[in-house]
Design a protein around this ligand. Structure first.
Ligand SMILES: Nc1nc2c(c(=O)[nH]1)N[C@@H](CN(C=O)c1ccc(C(=O)N[C@@H](CCC(=O)O)C(=O)O)cc1)CN2
Length: 300
């Protein structure tokens, strides 16, 4: 069997198109333009690329983009003061603080200082609790993107065995909550899970989010399973020339695609959906702030 390759780039483009249509409607019918503020502290090269892409795609969707680039030595107090200012700004419907933050800043403190209704990352403790109890919340972008791709691929997820490998607050835990909400039987596995290979082999849906390059080989995959690879790992690629690198996922794509029913590639799978879902969350936050109906097909 050779798996269907799930094209995250194309899927993300279709999500962005829906976002742009909704933005046009908000502007024409209500005179409202959603606004997203993105805060970057420091000069981490990958974060700079992500923030640049977020700003560009926000503008392309017709929304307002507010970028705040702060030096690496910015104090926690100054960052909290900026968040407070953005919380109070009615033109800003979504706030995202790019992670990771420099070591001298307490990430949790900053995330929990964002007004929950503007927390388009869905990382605030209130949104985590709302998601965990099945209530309306902001949903973290990467798991939301994975859920959209799974629903598109499989239709109903009800009754399927889902294994999430990884227990991070950003991906693993919210992913498991979303799958549970769609009536999957969910297992959260991690580095200390006994017989991880056998656990993975029981999965109709296998979500890999451990951050270890090609850790999951094809013989851990159930024939016909849907595999969502969240890992984005940069490894040396001497075959491309000296000092060159390339991106691989947490799944060994070449062997897994021979067994799976469908699989996301890296790059071009989950990654592009993360920013598309950030735009979707910004429109959702804007609609909620204005007591307007939420965009169809853009929420969990
Ligand atoms: N506040 C947040 N910080 C971070 C998040 C997040 O959701 N919120 N996620 C990641 C980084 N991230 C967005 O911020 C992100 C990662 C990857 C991609 C992406 O499109 N990846 C491409 C490959 C890109 C490349 O060539 O390097 C792909 O997988 O095809 C987008 C966004 C950590 N921080």
């Amino acid at each position: 069997m050779t798996a269907t390759i799930i094209d995250g780039k194309a899927f993300a483009a279709s999500v962005r198109e829906k976002v742009a249509e909704h933005v046009t409607r908000l502007q024409e019918e209500h005179g409202i333009t959603p606004g997203l503020a993105v805060v970057l502290v420091g000069e981490d090269p990958a974060s700079q690329v992500y923030v640049r892409n977020k700003g560009k795609q926000t503008l392309e969707a017709g929304m307002n983009s507010y970028e705040h680039k702060l030096p690496v030595e910015t104090s926690e107090a100054d960052l909290l003061a900026l968040v407070e200012k953005l919380n109070a700004d009615p033109a800003v419907h979504g706030i995202l603080v790019q992670l990771p933050l420099p070591d001298h800043i307490d990430e949790e403190k900053v995330i929990n200082s964002i007004t929950p209704a503007k927390d388009v990352d869905g990382f605030h403790i209130l949104n985590v609790g709302l998601l965990g109890t099945g209530q309306k919340s902001m949903v973290p972008c990467t798991p939301l993107g994975c859920l959209m791709m799974l629903r598109d691929q499989l239709g109903s997820l009800s009754g399927l065995n889902a294994v999430v490998v990884g227990r991070s607050n950003i991906v693993g835990k919210p992913m498991a909550q979303l799958l549970l909400r769609d009536s999957c039987t969910v297992t959260i596995a991690h580095s200390r899970t006994k017989n991880l290979a056998d656990v993975c082999r029981g999965a109709d849906i296998l979500v890999a989010a451990v951050g270890r390059p090609r850790m999951i080989p094809g013989d851990w995959v159930k024939p016909g399973a849907t595999v969502i690879d969240v890992g984005i790992n940069r490894i040396d690629a001497p075959e491309k020339g000296e000092g060159k690198t390339r991106l691989v996922g947490d799944v060994d794509f070449d062997s897994a695609k021979e067994v799976a029913g469908a699989i996301t590639p890296v790059p071009g799978g989950v990654g592009p959906m993360t920013i598309a879902c950030l735009l979707a969350n910004t429109v959702t936050a804007c609609c909620r702030a204005n007591n307007l109906p939420e965009p169809e097909g853009l929420t969990a």
